[in-house]
Write a protein that binds this ligand. Structure first.
Ligand code: L3W
Ligand code: SF4
Length: 436
């Protein structure tokens, strides 16, 4: 993949292929796009071969951490006499991340087909979708698609005459970001307050109701049918050697055409901006996140970083959820980081002291710097608090809260200092359309 290729050739619609078709959420439309062919291929193979295929294809988790999906499935013990569960993490809430919800709204059968395949592979007969509770239209659509799949003999007893059984329960969360952390999600699904559990044991050993459980992101599971239908070599021909395949990038903020762009892993922001019409007219890129606000920010120096797990990691950040939030030169970085930090302070579950107390103090300091009331030493205090959260919190939310502060001070320390020295914010808030 090179910048010399025409922009539109860089896109590869797989999950998004039916999105512009008539009523793409229906079974009929999904079938017109080869829907449920991957399932037929899977049911013709022994379950272990399905796991091996997904592992050999190199599919990596699309929820943020990039953990190999097939390997996670392989961790499920066999012949242990316990029920096995599949839980799909559809609690998409990371700031800037908008790929699972649009995928579910437009194409719910891709997830359902993937869930049947994954459940068959790990020998599970009851799977769950934990959906972000605020998105009621998606909840309704998922319920309708699951009901349609039952009517078509794709769920329930003896799926397509294979002897395989599967029930799917759709569960709506109650609006807490922390319930996107896999063990907090499991607690919430069990009816308890959603707070992270100590790991290990990982859910693969003791997950839902203390039974072996695979927790996968929506996009990870929805990507499986195409691998079964088209083969692992096709999948590996896309992307990079260590990050193969296609994926959904969400572009938001100061771009001409925000939205979801499906492309091979390893594409660059420069190429995605070419496809999406670029930064809004008359403006230039100032900073951006490669994977949501939890991932260290990049600047215009990082336009050619390959957006795969290794490329982004080598450049000092994380691919995360592939949420590319774009900010132009009208954006005050202190203001942006303050808004994100308020989010983390609000969403901190309170279980551990570094995050519960630290995020509160970060907000107090940031707000006073933003308001032009900062004093000498505030930036050192910010870094000190961030250092006491990072790597010392119970779960990744704490690290995510520290990340924008550390990276923004690394790239834009002079802008913070200007707020303190001039005792005011040097930016016009009305000029930036993002942070109203
Ligand atoms: C069995 C082992 N399983 C690891 C499994 C583990 C999990 C997966 C990845 O955080 C990141 C975070 C956010 N035996 C295992 C094992 N596993 N070792 O592999 O685990 P881990 O700990 O590397 O990551 P995590 O705790 O799942 C996810 C980042 O994603 N993020 C934001 C995410 C937000 C969303 C959203 O809104 N949809 O996903 C952004 O960067 O910071 O680093 O399943 O059980 N030995
Ligand atoms: Fe809760 Fe924050 Fe600690 Fe995670 S890091 S357990 S969200 S207090």
């Amino acid at each position: 993949m090179t910048s010399a290729e025409p922009a539109e050739k860089l896109l590869i619609p797989v999950l998004s292929a039916p999105w512009d078709d008539t009523r793409p959420w229906t079974l009929d439309t999904y079938r017109r796009h080869a829907g449920y062919e991957g399932l037929r291929a899977a049911l013709a193979m022994p379950p272990d071969d399905v796991i091996a295929l997904v592992k050999d294809a190199g599919l990596r988790g699309r929820g943020g951490a990039g953990f190999p999906t097939g390997m996670k499935w392989q961790f499920i013990p066999q012949n242990d006499g316990k029920p096995h569960y599949l839980v799909v993490n559809a609690d998409e809430s990371e700031p800037g991340t908008c790929k699972d919800i649009p995928l579910l709204f437009a194409n719910p059968h891709a997830l359902i087909e993937g869930m049947i395949i994954a459940s068959y592979a790990i020998r599970c007969d009851h799977a769950f979708i934990y959906l972000r509770g605020e998105v009621v239209p998606v909840l309704r659509r998922l319920h309708a698609a699951v009901a349609e799949a039952y009517r078509a003999g794709l769920l329930g007893r003896d799926i397509l005459g294979s002897g395989v059984d599967l029930d799917i329960t759709v569960h709506a969360g109650a609006g807490a970001y922390i319930c996107g952390e896999e063990t907090a999600l499991l607690d919430s699904l069990e009816g308890r307050r959603g707070q992270p559990r100590l790991r290990p044991p990982f859910p693969a050993i003791a997950g839902l109701y203390a039974c072996p459980t695979v927790v996968n992101n929506v996009e990870s599971i929805a990507s499986v049918p195409a691998i079964l239908a088209r083969g692992k070599e096709w999948f590996k021909s896309l992307g990079t050697e260590k990050s193969p395949g296609f994926t959904l990038y969400s572009l938001s903020g100061h771009v001409t055409n925000p939205g979801q762009y499906e492309a091979p892993l390893g594409i660059t922001l420069r190429q995605l901006l070419d496809v999406s019409g670029g930064v809004r007219p008359g403006h230039r890129l100032k900073f951006w996140t490669p994977g949501g606000s939890s991932t260290p920010m990049f600047t215009d120096e990082h336009l050619d970083v390959p957006l795969d797990y290794e490329g982004v990691g080598a450049a000092g950040s994380m691919l995360g959820t592939k949420a590319l939030q774009i900010f132009d030169e009208t954006t005050c970085v202190v203001r942006a980081v303050t808004r994100w930090t308020e989010f983390y302070a609000h969403e901190s579950c309170g279980k551990c002291t570094p995050c519960r107390e630290g995020t509160y103090w970060l907000v107090q300091l940031l707000k006073r710097v933003e308001a032009g009331e900062g004093v000498d030493g505030d930036l050192e205090k910010l870094l000190d608090i961030a250092d006491n959260i990072n790597g010392k919190s119970f779960c990744a939310l704490g690290d995510g809260a520290a990340s924008p502060i550390v990276s923004s001070l690394q790239h834009f320390r002079a802008e913070y200092e200007q707020h303190i020295a001039e005792r005011r914010c040097p930016f016009d808030p009305a000029a930036s359309t993002v942070w109203a």
